[in-house]
Design a binder for this molecule. Structure first.
Ligand code: M6R
Length: 610
């Protein structure tokens, strides 16, 4: 969740690194730091607690000329977020500098040993121990020293290390935390995320677990920690740098909400053809296994787990097999029965969520076939899976997921239909009905945006002083209630609960009153009438009602104070459209309350620690 960027080449490193940090700030933002080595081999380090602006102010006019450097934005795991604990960290000699993302699990033991051997560690971080380990191992070759140091380390890391006497050389390494190398003529980059370097190059090498990259301006040599050379392909990334920028919107989240029709189009590309049938070539190698599975387990966290709930319902409906969602942190320590006939589907937009990766690994070790659904090419989850379905949604910068939720739902529903067809448990008519709805989905999402974007600000203003919110749905609309509540709480810091509407009367109804509105996902569905009864129960307790309803519903206005309209669609994908007004509502509630929409407090985009 921290951001890493390094540069070596003929240009000024300082501005390149700061610009890279700016693009990475969403990954971690409690402090930031930079280290540069000038032509004379003099090391310059500046680091500051708080947002990147604090660092840039501190740097002001005094950034030295340097052609090599590294920089970091931090999301604290060990030690408070202050200037001292900010990265980079150094060794006793002042020659070696390290930045790190992840957690060194045996750092206590390493630190005690280092101190006993006379090293002086000044911060509370686990990272600093790494700098001293490299110092101990250093005999004139930085890459050798890093490899030797890493052989003593347990944990998850992406690191970049430099030695001020070895100009032009950066050494990076990854274990369970992402790190990429970018190449462009006479210059090289190393970063935690492609977005940090896309402005300079789209030639990317995704490092894999255990890789150590010896990066120089003109090339990179990749080995394992023993020094055995590893070949890694260079990938041409077609995301333009502009795609990762705000594109005229005030916040990344708003831009990403508006990108959803495009993201859906991309997610459907190659999967739903003009014939309105579903195609998932990615699972071809698994076809014999998919014919013999007896159960399906989905594992995911947060928003991805709500998308997975939609997927599980579709899988059960179209395969006839039991399908269940377990959040990663529970799955890991209380796993369901797992065997070669249990299909495990891991859903994670980042592909780096530790709570999702660990259970997936466990399932793989127990012989389960694994399918990953992720947005991130080269991410850790892709190495755990026999088949990977990419969301194809483009980079999502805002911490709060939006376009990755709708593309996760869509991709999972397509996967469910493909497995259903393969097993002969989904009929031709069912497939065609779904295919038609999927085909129309991007345009329908655009209509939902057009209808709700102009009204969302006013809606938020009317409800901004509410004490809390109760989101309810039933059946297919329940996951949208959960996601709507999560969106609201994570960015506006207003308490919100998501409940199956029928559960209201079993407890949460006691919270409802004039200050706690009910948000009902009342799109047309097989349980619509039941849901309306639950809405009436809420109204009888003075709760104001915001309903998300299907265009043309002539009844709903009788029961709701405000209605957000969305187009009609197939029930299995109704959450894709229902969530759009709720995302906009959460966004404008956050704006009205003055919170930091793209970087909400206490959260990070990619949660790579347990
Ligand atoms: O990258 P992942 O999809 O694995 O992330 C899972 C959750 O951490 C994530 O969805 C989180 O709940 C977001 N903040 C939701 O907006």
């Amino acid at each position: 969740m921290c951001g890493i960027v390094g540069y070596t080449g003929p240009r000024e490193a300082g501005p390149i690194l700061i610009e890279g940090l700016r693009r990475l700030e969403y990954r971690g933002y409690d402090s930031a730091g930079i280290a540069l080595v000038d032509e004379e081999g003099v090391l310059f380090v500046e680091k500051k607690a708080g947002k990147l602006g604090n660092l840039t102010t501190a740097l002001a006019e005094r950034t030295p000329h340097a052609a090599m450097g590294l920089a970091h934005t931090r999301w604290a795991t060990h030690g408070r977020p202050n200037d001292l604990n900010a990265h980079p960290h150094g060794d006793c000699t002042g020659d070696i500098t390290v930045i790190h993302n992840g957690i060194i699990e045996n750092f206590r033991e390493l630190r005690d040993g280092l101190e006993a051997r006379g090293h002086r560690l000044v911060s509370e971080t686990d990272t600093e121990a790494l700098a001293h380990l490299v110092e101990e191992a250093y005999e004139g070759d930085l890459a050798d020293a890093v490899r030797a140091a890493l052989r003593r380390v347990e944990g998850a890391y992406a690191i970049v290390v430099m030695h001020r006497a070895e100009r032009g050389r950066l050494v990076g390494a990854r274990q369970d935390v992402p790190l990429v190398v970018g190449r462009n003529g006479e210059e090289s980059f190393i970063a935690s995320d492609v977005a940090a370097v896309l402005a300079h190059t789209n030639r990317i090498i995704f490092l894999e677990e255990g890789d150590v990259a010896d990066v120089r301006p003109t090339g990179v040599l990749i080995t394992d920690v023993e020094g055995v050379v590893r070949e890694r392909p260079e990938t041409l990334i077609d995301w333009s740098p502009e795609v990762a920028e705000k594109g005229g919107y005030e916040h990344f989240m708003l831009k990403e909400i508006h990108e959803q029709p495009t993201a859906l189009r991309q997610a459907l590309a190659g999967r739903v053809g003009r014939d309105e049938r579903v195609h998932v070539p990615e699972i071809e190698a698994l076809l014999p296994v998919l014919r013999t599975i007896t159960r399906i387990e989905l594992v995911a966290c947060g928003t991805a787990s709500y998308a997975a709930q939609v997927g599980a319902a579709a899988l059960e409906a179209w395969t006839g097999l039991p399908a269940r969602v377990t959040v990663g942190s529970e799955f890991r320590y209380s796993p369901p029965p797992l065997d070669a006939r249990t299909l495990v589907i891991a859903v994670t937009q980042s592909g780096e969520t530790a709570d999702t990766i660990a259970p997936t690994r466990l399932a793989r070790e127990r012989g389960c076939p694994i399918i990953a659904v992720t947005n991130t090419v080269g991410s850790a989850i892709t190495r755990e899976a026999a088949a990977v379905l990419f969301l194809q949604a483009g980079p999502e910068i805002a911490v709060a997921a939006s376009k990755t939720f709708v593309t996760q739902v869509t991709t999972l529903v397509i996967l469910a239909a493909a497995i259903g067809r393969l097993r002969g448990s989904m009929s031709d008519e069912q497939e065609l009905e779904l295919g038609r709805a999927l085909h129309a989905l991007p345009d329908a999402a655009q209509r939902a945006l057009d209808a709700n974007a102009p009204r969302a600000e006013g809606l938020a203003r009317r409800y901004v002083n509410s004490r809390g919110f109760m989101f309810v749905g039933r059946g297919a609309t329940y996951p949208a209630a959960l996601e709507g509540a999560l969106k609201l709480k994570e960015i506006s810091y207003v308490h919100a609960e998501g409940y199956p509407a029928g559960e209201l009367k079993h407890g949460p109804i006691s919270l409802l009153d004039a200050d706690c509105p009910l948000v009902a996902i009342a799109t047309r569905s097989s349980t619509y009438d039941k849901l309306i009864s639950n809405v009436m129960e809420g109204r009888a307790r003075d709760a104001r009602v915001i309903a998300v309803a299907t265009e043309g519903d002539t009844h709903i206005e009788r029961y709701a104070d405000d209605v957000a309209w969305v187009p009609e669609t197939h029930e299995a994908i109704s959450s894709v459209l229902a969530i759009i007004p709720l995302q906009l509502f959460a966004y404008h509630m956050a704006i009205a309350r003055g919170t930091d929409v793209d970087q909400p407090r206490n959260l990070a985009k990619s949660v790579t620690v347990e």
